[in-house]
Design a protein around this ligand. Structure first.
Ligand code: AKG
Ligand code: FE2
Length: 299
């Protein structure tokens, strides 16, 4: 058959934005009604990425026993390949570079437009896929990630507004060979956990990019890490952002020394959930009217 009439679909790659053209209205539209993902380019320099990668490689080098918790790796666990996807948790305690990543002004601006100005961070971790790593089960992300049991969530829950946004900061080239994240464009529009009949692997596209590229996606998009067929590691920083009232996945402040929390910037305190008071022991709270258009004045 003539090459010009072969039926390969055109690649559906996320639209690229930079700090200079960060059009958050368009980004919100792409995340909710478009393919479900965008790429932010140029946020992080070579030195920052090298520093982050060095820490991730060092912190995960001793985990050949796969002692750390990981996710969507049921098949790998059955095949004894669990140590080929390694997580590094509690990154804020492991280098200032991770605080700069989490609170990058372009990410803050994008997330404020998408999740509300007082959004929080529910998790920050590294995902390292070693050569030969088998990839993940197609899934959707927290707080929808156990949506394979939808009856445990509110009736008629839907994705007309977001309860999650993910940022994937690439530390290595994301190619088809290294296991760049796969996703089905537009799948976020009907909130569902993908199953066999969805033919995920026939329909998926890839989140390709270079070290430093940051893909922001709505976690209701069907996606997964793919097998790493290369000889190099494929690592990324995965950040989960949530509306202020969604219970975060990680108890990040509890894992940090109090000196970190004491020195945190206002944006970092917001990310840690410290600007939002609930749940609170209201029986012990300062008396007076604490909510409404007019609240008690500070004495
Ligand atoms: O590392 C990746 O490519 C995706 C990881 C992911 O989706 C997850 O762990 O929830
Ligand atoms: Fe995921």
């Amino acid at each position: 058959m003539n090459a010009s009439v072969t039926s390969r679909r055109p690649l559906v790659t996320p639209r690229i934005f930079t700090v200079d053209d960060l059009d958050t209205d368009t980004i919100v539209g792409e995340l909710l009604e478009g393919v479900g993902a965008v790429t932010l380019r140029g946020l992080f320099g070579t030195d920052e990425i090298a520093e982050a990668r060095e820490i991730v490689m060092r912190e995960s080098s001793g985990d050949a026993e796969a002692a750390k918790v990981t996710h969507f790796q049921g098949a790998a666990e059955r095949e004894g390949k669990l140590s080929l996807q390694r997580r590094v948790w509690n990154l804020l305690a492991k280098g200032d570079v991770f605080s700069r990543m989490a609170a990058h002004p372009a990410l803050m601006q994008t997330m404020r437009a998408f999740l509300g100005t007082e959004f929080i961070m529910g998790s920050i971790a590294a995902n390292r896929i070693l050569p030969g790593g088998p990839g993940q089960e197609p899934h959707i992300d927290y707080p929808y990630w156990d949506y394979h049991t939808p009856q445990t969530h509110p009736v008629r829950l839907n994705s007309s507004f977001p309860l999650n946004a993910q940022a994937t900061i690439m530390l290595d080239p994301f190619t088809e060979e290294t296991g760049a994240t796969a996703y089905v464009p537009g799948s976020q529009r009907s909130l569902r956990y993908p199953d066999e009949s969805d033919r995920f692997f026939d329909r998926c596209e890839r989140m390709l990019g270079e070290p430093g590229d940051t893909v922001v996606f709505f976690g209701a998009v069907w996606h997964c890490a793919m097998p790493n067929h290369s000889r190099a590691d494929r690592s990324a920083i995965l950040i989960q952002y949530l509306p202020k009232w969604v219970k975060p996945m990680e108890n990040i402040p509890a894992a940090l020394p109090s000196s970190f929390v004491d020195a945190a910037s206002s944006d970092m305190r917001q990310l840690l959930g410290l600007h939002y008071p609930y749940p609170e022991i209201l029986d012990a709270a300062r008396g007076g009217n604490a909510e409404g258009r007019t609240t008690m004045q500070t004495k």
